[in-house]
Design a protein around this ligand. Structure first.
Ligand code: HEM
Length: 415
């Protein structure tokens, strides 16, 4: 049995909570590790905050990803899912389906989205990173979210998918509209999803007639080898590849830079190691930044399809379960000095990319972008610093993601 609360639980989902949710998560982990709460949307859900319970829940086949398993009452209110869900076929993607469909589609995308393809993409990511920094390096100041962290992942994934250069700014605008929804403004998101859907279907159609060596062509080819991949499935796959890796990577760069600004001694260790041409600290450092203040605060929805217990608490059928990755990754039962940022941390099986069959398929690309972004910023702009007081920074209030709305910085201009 969890211990009796020794003091009141800090409030969840308030303004202060968005800026620093970790004290509230520490309280939950200790006193009510499987906690039923009412989300800001009005939906009732269970929050799972301990590392061991989180790992178990992420791999539990009784927890479905398919929203049809959400209990009747909440389903009627239509509060699960993003607006624009009328574009239902786009939503039939990996994060919303279970085996055997998930197994088949994941196998198909794994054939096309290989670690080799990502490794071969490294020079292009470096080029994109440098080009974006070129645009503000002579100025001496920038907003790292809008001018750098936001465009980098969308251009990178567009290139990898094979979206022609002349169309990439449209994708960038539509992606921007979807992100603003997470910030609370709903206007335009339905239109953006509709545009993306029409665009992707048309692009897949064009590619089918003229296959190249891009990822969308790879998906079509993989589907043509005996296994079935409809155009709608290919569009849903392209959609999830575009968007699962978009806000997440923005937050890896934004939260990562912010954490380094707040821990100058760690940042200097990293800069020194980069100066010596070493990559080991950069590699463990990216993992530590994912653990310490990861882009995904809560894993995406799961719904109980049969009664189960998590951490000794019974979860009724139909109830949504949200695994709080940000809380699990600071569980002192798993991580020594859990609240300390230690870029050299060796024992770091963090859950920042999830766990089990839905483990992030884009992890190699995300790591590549994170390494390129941080190493290039710290090397080209060595005295990069925050140009605002940390308390004044605004965090996006979305449920799943954790990230900054803006990150003003200053530095000695590049000549
Ligand atoms: C799944 C995190 C970047 C594509 C996931 C999950 C997490 C995650 C936690 C599992 C969610 C769950 O189980 O509910 C991240 C983080 C990223 C990142 C922290 C950046 C730092 C990317 C990129 C791509 C991508 C760059 C693609 C280009 C996907 C896809 C899934 C997924 C397709 C669903 C996999 C499945 O259901 O089988 N990601 N992700 N992610 N991610 Fe990522």
């Amino acid at each position: 049995m969890p211990a009796q609360p020794s003091f009141a639980r800090p409030p969840l989902f308030t303004w202060d909570f968005a800026a620093d949710p970790y004290p509230a998560y520490a309280w939950l982990r200790e006193h009510e590790p499987v906690h039923r709460t009412t989300l800001p949307s009005g939906v009732e859900a269970w929050l799972v905050t301990r590392y061991a319970d989180a790992r178990q829940a992420l791999a539990d086949a009784r927890l479905s990803k398919n929203p049809v398993h959400h209990s009747e009452q909440a389903h009627r209110t239509g509060r699960v899912g993003i607006p624009g869900e009328r574009q239902a076929d786009l939503m039939t993607h990996l994060l919303n389906i279970d085996p055997p469909d998930h197994t088949r589609l994941r196998r198909l995308v794994s054939k096309a989205f290989t670690p080799r393809r990502v490794a071969a993409f490294e020079p292009r990511v470096q080029q994109l990173t440098d080009r974006l920094i070129d645009d503000f390096a002579a100025r001496g100041s920038a907003d790292l979210i809008h001018e750098f962290a936001f465009p980098l992942p969308i251009y990178a994934i567009c290139d990898l998918l094979g979206v022609p250069a002349e169309d990439q700014d449209d994708l960038r605008d539509w992606a921007g509209a979807m992100i603003r929804h997470h910030g609370g403004r709903r206007g335009g998101v339905g239109r953006a999803v509709k545009n993306i859907r029409a665009y992707l279907l048309e692009l897949i159609h064009r590619k089918r007639a003229d296959l190249g060596d891009d990822l969308i062509s790879g998906l079509i080819r993989a589907g043509d080898h005996g296994e079935h991949l409809t155009e709608n499935e290919a569009a849903a796959m392209a959609f999830i590849l575009l968007f699962a890796g978009f806000e997440t990577t923005i937050n890896l760069i934004g939260n990562g830079c912010f954490a380094l600004f707040r821990h100058p001694e760690q940042r200097h260790l990293l800069q020194d190691s980069l100066r010596r041409g070493e990559s080991a600290l950069l590699e463990t450092g990216i993992e530590e930044l994912l653990r310490y203040d990861g882009p995904v605060e809560l894993a995406t929805w799961r719904f109980a399809t049969s009664p189960l217990t998590i951490g000794g608490v019974g979860i009724p059928v139909g109830d949504p379960v949200l695994v709080v990755l940000a809380a699990a990754d600071r569980d002192p039962a798993r991580f020594a000095a859990e609240n300390t940022l230690d870029l050299a941390r060796a024992d770091n099986p963090h859950l920042g990319f999830g766990h089990g069959i839905h483990y992030c398929i884009g992890a190699p690309l995300a790591r590549l972008e994170g390494r390129s972004a941080l190493a290039t910023l710290l090397t080209r702009l060595p005295d990069l610093r925050l140009a605002a007081s940390p308390e004044d920074l605004r965090w996006r209030g979305g449920l799943i993601m954790r990230g900054l709305r803006e990150l003003p910085v200053e530095f000695t201009p590049e000549k």
